[in-house]
Design a protein around this ligand. Structure first.
Ligand SMILES: [Zn+2]
Length: 245
């Protein structure tokens, strides 16, 4: 294949742009924010789970409180009724005795219920502190996650802008290259990752290997408009005065 040496050198611009596009794609995949976001999402999930647990426990205690209130109310009503009967006229000695016995039982029952009530209320109050703490933890975890998303999106926007610029530059370079040379470049690039490289001081700019004497003399003998390749990696080698030939 033949191509004017100036056109061959233009391929180096293309290779540089493609190298930058590869680096940008690598940066996009390996943004530290990706890992940070995974961790932040896990932390937010954990905080939410903890909050749900506290809320469930709160709901259970609230239910206990309402049940105890109903129980205490029932005991009070019964006590009041018994006392009314006891104070009324026509209560026999045996009935009075039974009523008094029941009133003692009710009083003990009320004491037990009130102790239980006190204990549950204390637990419920302590849980309020947990609830506040867990709610704050969720808000903080969400905020931390949002901050990382914002940083990631800003980094992605930078990369998008850089890529768009490189693509425009690539189009300009591609317009300068004949179709057969571009096809050759693409073929070599698909195979070795680098379409064209500068031969600098007898080294291939793609694989960095130094060419041996036979290869060098072959390159020296090749007309300047011959499109030549690196024997090691297959990339198109562009010869310039710095090639050391
Ligand atoms: Zn090479």
């Amino acid at each position: 294949m033949k191509a004017d040496p100036a056109v061959q050198r233009r391929m180096l611009d293309l290779a540089e742009i493609d190298g930058e596009l590869v680096r940008l794609a690598h940066r996009r995949r390996n943004l530290p924010e990706h890992t940070a976001l995974t961790a932040a999402e896990a932390a937010a999930r954990q905080a939410r789970d903890a909050l749900v647990e506290v809320e469930t426990r709160t709901g259970d205690l609230d239910r206990d409180i309402r049940r105890l209130e109903r129980d205490v109310e029932a005991v009070r009503a019964r006590t009041e009724r018994d006392q009314k009967i006891l104070a009324g006229a026509g209560v026999g000695a045996k009935q009075a005795n039974d009523l008094q016995h029941e009133l003692d039982t009710l009083a003990r029952r009320q004491g037990v219920l009130e102790d239980e009530q006190l204990e549950v209320m204390e637990q419920r109050e302590a849980l309020d502190v947990n609830l506040e703490h867990s709610t704050r933890a969720v808000a903080e975890a969400d905020a931390a996650q949002a901050a990382i998303v914002e940083r990631r999106d800003a980094a992605l926007r930078d990369i998008d802008a850089a890529e768009a610029g490189r693509r425009r530059a690539r189009e300009e370079v591609v317009a300068d290259l004949p179709a057969d040379l571009l096809a050759e470049y693409d073929r070599r690039r698909a195979r070795s990752g680098v379409g064209a490289a500068l031969l600098r001081e007898r080294r291939c700019g793609a694989c960095r290997l130094e060419l041996d004497r036979t290869a060098l003399s072959a390159l020296r003998a090749a007309p300047p408009d011959d499109v030549v390749h690196c024997e090691e990696c297959g990339t198109v080698l562009v010869r310039t005065p710095q090639s050391g030939l």
